[in-house]
Design a protein around this ligand. Structure first.
Ligand code: BES
Ligand code: ZN
Ligand code: ZN
Length: 498
């Protein structure tokens, strides 16, 4: 991961190979810009006056300094209109700077973001957002590559923030926090991006165990026998068609007050979803290695919580299995009994996420949780409803949902509400069992959530991350193709603002 330093020197004095300058389309030039413009003989102001560079959102312009500055290159990055400025715009602009300079072969660069602080957002918030954008944009999954991708000249080894003395120490800790959170996002992305023949339920459980050991968190992995003893019949019905044994992972971070009820995160961990006997079409089926993204987000969030040593009680639960059409697989029409005692008619074996979550959500009751949040790549319908820029948000507690939505706005990991009225619950009633696992053609994201609701008795929210968790193409300047690690920052922010 790129090293980041915070220095109390003016930006034009810092010795790095390049320098990134952020500019608004309107408004006065910042101090850093004026100093550099002067050294470059007014080159920047001339470009802007002649409209050769218009600082629109995410537009860039490279200037070679030809020995007039310590840095070889100055990169101008547009921020758009001042009144529209948000932390997300800074995150994306910083990411754009990092990836553009990496492509140009710069090994290091400096930047200054303190001038964007105001009464609402201080210097720390600016440095955190810029660090996140830079670090997250430079992520690459190279595990199986013999050589690096051609479009990258090298690696950015370090980045320096120019910061006035008074804020150096607080900005340093903001950057340190961002680094921890991004490490956790990288963990989640790696877990997602591993092929399903590597990232099996056993592999995910071992990863969870090792990060728990690293941060001093309790971890328990329940094997198939133990899952059977708990009578998790819904979870087990999904696992029974696969040669890989299922794992139920419990991570406990109990660093809050003794009697404080915990927050519980629950992740869908389908390390591969073939659909089972209701097998999926072969087109894009490879993407179903990402069906453990909820689990990756939960494990990533627990890692961040451990690294940040948050003084809270938080539990992470992951139900990990494959969904395969083996000879022992569950069949359409089979009726299974969930741990809660409810019976479920399995009419489509591809609606397996709700089956594994049913038992995980029931298991969560033993913690007497203050709130439970589950994350799952649950329905293709969610992509139809919201596309790829927002997770679906459903639940039984408006206040919890509002808090999650705000955390989404702040982190740029947004979610959007869908209704969960009783009428939708009618659609998953079976004639021969308590429930059936599909709700018909329409409102698929909602009927799936209505099913989950049957297994909750606490304040609960559900994030359907089918559209946000992964993508075959980059989602933004700091979210490359593949696993996004979506939701890790949202969950951590949610905890910090509770
Ligand atoms: N894992 C899929 C949902 C999914 C689809 C996630 C596309 C990401 C991208 C889930 O298990 C599934 O197959 N859901 C079915 C439910 C249906 C059978 C009721 C779906 O959405 O089609
Ligand atoms: Zn499925
Ligand atoms: Zn699935």
């Amino acid at each position: 991961m790129v090293r980041i330093r915070v220095l109390s020197e003016p930006i034009e004095k810092i010795k790095t190979e390049a320098l990134a300058l952020f500019l608004f389309e309107d408004g006065k030039p910042a101090a850093a810009q004026k100093a550099i413009d002067k050294k470059l003989g007014g080159r920047i102001s001339t470009l802007i006056r002649k409209k050769k560079f218009i600082p629109k959102k995410s537009s860039t312009r490279v200037i070679e300094t030809l020995g007039r500055l310590e840095a070889d290159t100055v990169l101008l990055v547009g921020l758009g209109k001042k009144k529209d400025f948000t932390l997300e715009i800074l995150r994306r602009a910083s990411a754009k700077a990092a990836t553009t300079l990496r492509r140009l072969g710069a090994g290091s660069f400096s930047l200054s973001v303190e001038e964007f602080a105001d009464k609402k957002q201080n210097e720390e918030a600016m440095a955190r957002a810029a660090s996140e954008g830079i670090i997250l944009s430079l992520y690459r999954y190279t595990e199986y590559l013999g050589k690096k991708p051609d479009n990258d000249a090298g690696d950015i080894r370090y980045v320096a923030f120019a910061q006035k003395k008074s804020a150096v120490s607080s900005v340093k800790s903001a950057v340190a926090a961002a680094q921890k959170i991004c490490r956790a996002v990288f963990l989640a992305r790696d877990l997602q991006n591993h092929p399903a023949n590597k990232a099996t339920p056993s592999f995910i459980a071992e990863k969870a165990r090792s990060i728990c050991r690293e941060v001093g968190m309790r971890c328990r992995v329940l094997n198939k026998n133990e899952i059977e003893r708990l009578k998790m019949g819904a979870f087990l019905s999904v696992a029974q068609g696969s040669a890989q044994p299922p794992k139920f992972i419990v991570m406990e971070h109990m660093k809050g007050k003794k009697n404080e009820k915990p927050v519980v995160f629950v992740g869908k961990g389908l390390t591969f979803d073939s659909g089972g006997i209701s097998i999926k079409p072969s087109q894009n089926m490879d993407e179903m290695k990402f069906d453990m993204s909820g689990a990756a987000t939960v494990i990533g969030a627990m890692y961040a919580i451990g690294l940040l040593k948050l003084k809270k009680n938080v539990v992470g639960l992951v139900a990990a299995t494959e969904n395969m059409p083996g000879g022992k697989a569950v069949k359409p029409g089979d009726i299974v009994r969930a741990m809660s005692g409810k019976t479920i008619e399995v009419l489509n074996t591809d609606a397996e996420g709700r089956l594994v979550l049913a038992d995980a959500l029931h298991y969560a009751k033993k913690y007497k949780p203050s709130v439970v949040i589950d994350l799952a790549t649950l329905t293709g319908s969610c992509l139809v409803a919201l596309g790829t820029f927002a997770s679906g948000l459903l639940g039984n507690d408006q206040k919890l949902m509002d808090t999650l939505q705000k955390a989404g706005e702040r982190t740029g990991e947004r979610c959007w509400p869908l209704p969960l009225w009783d009428e939708y619950g009618e659609l998953i009633k079976s004639k021969v069992a308590d429930l059936k696992n599909i709700g018909g053609r329409y409102g698929g994201t909602i009927t799936a959530a209505a099913f989950l609701k049957e297994f909750t008795d606490y304040p609960w929210a559900h994030l359907d991350i089918a559209g946000t968790a992964f993508s075959p193409k980059p989602q933004s300047s700091y979210v490359p193709a593949g696993g996004a690690g979506f939701g890790v920052r949202q969950l951590v922010d949610f905890l910090m603002h509770r």
